[in-house]
Design a binder for this molecule. Structure first.
Ligand SMILES: NC(=O)c1ccc[n+]([C@@H]2O[C@H](COP(=O)([O-])OP(=O)(O)OC[C@H]3O[C@@H](n4cnc5c(N)ncnc54)[C@H](O)[C@@H]3O)[C@@H](O)[C@H]2O)c1
Ligand SMILES: [Zn+2]
Length: 369
């Protein structure tokens, strides 16, 4: 079992990664002296696949498990679902000493995490992420929250879990495009922090995505978690360092918004956004053009459906200017001065951003896998 620690003083916590760890959730939580009353929260698909194994392991160790099924999908990551969960928790008489276990992707983790952060001013939270994106990103760092009709993730808190338990084997049942979505974030960690890791990921991208070699998948998840944990430990409240986690996200969010949420998965948009950011890094004279080109070519081997051609540059630019990555009216771009070394720049000319949109429209990604 691999153990990574998120170092946040009295709120520090471990992340356990191991293939086939789900049947041991009960014994791990017992060892951590988690209170016997737990609320196990999951959504339909994940529940059908993994609820029984987790529940059984908890019951075997003497936990009193209250299972709550929550509606799945981004559209249900809202206040109505949280209200429903509050009601269920109160109906089931789940008290202040209890623990919320979030079993699922980022939607379940963010929503159940927000419930845990707010009910009785805070319940113990355990994250068991089941998508690649949730395993390497959303379950770590303590951001929990829900959407408001006017925007994504507008309501939330920073509330750290007690432990995160990651079983990479659950990715076998995850759609290929959902794996790509998480993989976008994994590569991002490489680009901002670790050149050798980036090289490893990009040379093995299709093997990792098709789960051909679970050791590679495991290694990728562990290194990704280490990098995210390091950054979160150094900057919990996103004052500065944590901003580098937005690499690929300025253009990525613009694409998601212009195309309509759901057209591209988040990670697909981030992969396109990283190509844009590499291109801008070269245009700004930070990265040799040859280096940028080489890494863009690697990224193009990842299958991403669709084309950006039908989206207007004005709409994409408009989306960037409405994004939260604006400070003092200036767009903050995370760029690379080396592979593995990110810088924040707010002086990218508008014309260069428009040119990058045009360039991205001509960039082709693999269609098949
Ligand atoms: N808190 C953070 O720091 C943070 C960071 C990034 C993203 N997010 C949030 O995460 C959410 C996206 O999360 P996501 O990409 O995990 O999507 P998701 O939670 O919607 O899961 C995607 C789909 O995969 C299914 N699924 C999950 N695990 C599965 C498995 N092992 N096998 C088969 N199917 C499975 C789910 O039922 C769902 O249909 C967004 O709401 C985003 O805002 C939060
Ligand atoms: Zn992201």
């Amino acid at each position: 079992m691999h153990k990574i620690r998120v170092d946040l003083h009295e709120r520090s916590y471990p992340i356990y990664v191991k293939n086939g760890i789900l049947p041991f959730v009960g014994s791990i939580l017992k060892q951590m002296q988690i209170n016997p009353c737990v609320a196990l929260i999951s959504s339909k698909n994940v529940s059908a696949l993994y609820k029984d194994v987790v529940e059984l392991s908890l019951v075997r160790e003497g936990f009193n498990v209250n299972y709550i099924l929550m509606p799945s999908g981004e559209a249900n990551k809202n206040l109505e679902t949280v209200q429903y969960l509050y009601d269920k928790m109160l109906d089931l008489k789940i008290d202040r000493g209890s623990t919320v276990i979030a079993l699922g992707g980022g939607v379940v983790g963010d929503t159940a995490g927000f419930l845990a952060a707010t009910l009785y001013r805070g319940l113990t939270l355990v994250q068991i992420p089941t998508t690649l994106l949730a395993q390497v990103d959303s379950s770590i760092g303590g951001k929990v929250g829900i959407n408001h009709p006017r925007g994504k993730n507008l309501i939330g808190a920073i509330y750290q879990p007690k432990i995160v338990i990651v079983d990479p084997t659950v990715l076998k049942t995850l759609d290929f495009r959902q794996r790509v979505s998480g993989f976008g974030e994994v590569i991002k960690y490489g680009f901002i922090r670790d050149r050798i890791f980036t090289q490893f990921l990009l040379e093995n991208s299709l093997d990792i995505l098709s789960l051909k070699n679970l050791d590679h998948v495991n290694a990728a998840i562990i290194r990704a978690i280490e990098i995210k944990s390091f950054i979160v430990s150094a900057d919990e409240y996103e004052s500065n360092l944590r901003m580098v986690l937005n690499f690929g996200h300025t253009i990525g969010h613009a694409i998601e918004q212009a195309a309509g949420y759901g057209t591209y998965t988040h990670g697909e948009a981030v992969i396109i956004g990283m190509c844009g950011a590499l291109n801008i890094s070269a245009e700004m004279g930070l990265l040799p053009a040859e280096t940028a080109k080489q890494y863009i070519q690697y990224l193009q081997k990842i299958p991403i459906p669709g084309s950006l051609k039908k989206y207007s540059n004005d709409n994409m630019y408009e989306a960037i200017t409405h994004d939260k990555k604006i400070r003092d009216g200036k767009i903050q771009f995370v760029l690379l001065q080396k592979i593995g070394d990110a810088v924040i720049r707010n002086d990218v000319p508008k014309k260069m951003i428009y040119n990058t949109f045009d360039w991205l429209k001509e960039l082709h990604f693999a269609k098949e896998y």
